[in-house]
Design a protein around this ligand. Structure first.
Ligand SMILES: Cc1cc2nc3c(=O)[nH]c(=O)nc-3n(C[C@H](O)[C@H](O)[C@H](O)COP(=O)(O)O)c2cc1C
Length: 182
């Protein structure tokens, strides 16, 4: 029987009705049957990162989050930009991965969907490089003016954007499969 690949998604927005969350929900439709796709919904419950809590028994929320990511074959991060950077809630979640290294060499795709978003897009990739994540060629997609391109269901109304998202997913899966065949 074919084993499925696990792809876990993280959202940089915890707002109810967030366009970021809608985009991530909508990506389900682009996933092939060979993929188990899960959106992590505990990001807002992670405590503020504190190296003193990052010991042999970190907070239980952190343990669950790290376990989920360690089981993932690939990760998708979708985020808006807040004050020219990565939203604090997402930055905090990434800080919890410094010592435990769940993203080390793991394929990670990055979607910044925001008003402008350029700064968060660059900053997030820099953060991921510090974590030694595999932000492979073609892994990053910036969607500026995102809200005006989305309908109520979080679907991009322009086929062009949907094609770019599909391409991103297929590249992520390719990267995941590459790792599997090593
Ligand atoms: C506190 C705050 C700061 C923001 N700063 C920026 C910014 O620096 N650059 C940008 O492009 N958009 C900025 N925005 C706009 C958001 O990125 C935009 O509304 C985005 O669609 C929100 O994502 P969400 O719908 O997933 O919550 C900001 C929004 C808020 C609430």
């Amino acid at each position: 029987m074919e084993t499925k690949s696990n792809i876990v998604a993280l959202s940089g927005s915890i707002r109810k009705n967030s366009s970021t969350q809608k985009v991530l929900n909508n990506l389900k439709n682009f996933m092939p049957n060979s993929v188990e796709y899960e959106i992590y919904n505990g990001i807002e419950n992670l405590p503020h990162f504190n190296p003193e809590l990052d010991n042999h028994q970190p907070p239980v929320e952190v343990q669950v989050y790290r376990e989920l990511l360690s089981r993932a074959d690939g990760v998708i991060i979708c985020t808006p930009e807040y004050i020219k950077g990565v939203p604090g809630v997402l930055k905090n979640a990434l800080e919890w991965l410094v010592s435990s290294a769940e993203l080390y060499t793991k394929p990670v795709a990055v979607i910044t969907a925001s008003g402008n978003g350029e700064n968060a897009h660059q900053a997030l990739q820099l953060n991921l490089s510090m974590l030694n994540a595999n932000v492979f060629d073609g892994a990053a997609l910036l969607i500026s003016g995102a809200n005006s391109k989305l309908n109520e269901d979080g679907e991009f109304v322009k086929n062009e954007v949907n094609s770019l998202l599909k391409l991103l997913i297929s590249k992520l899966i390719q990267e995941v499969n590459k790792k599997d065949s090593l």
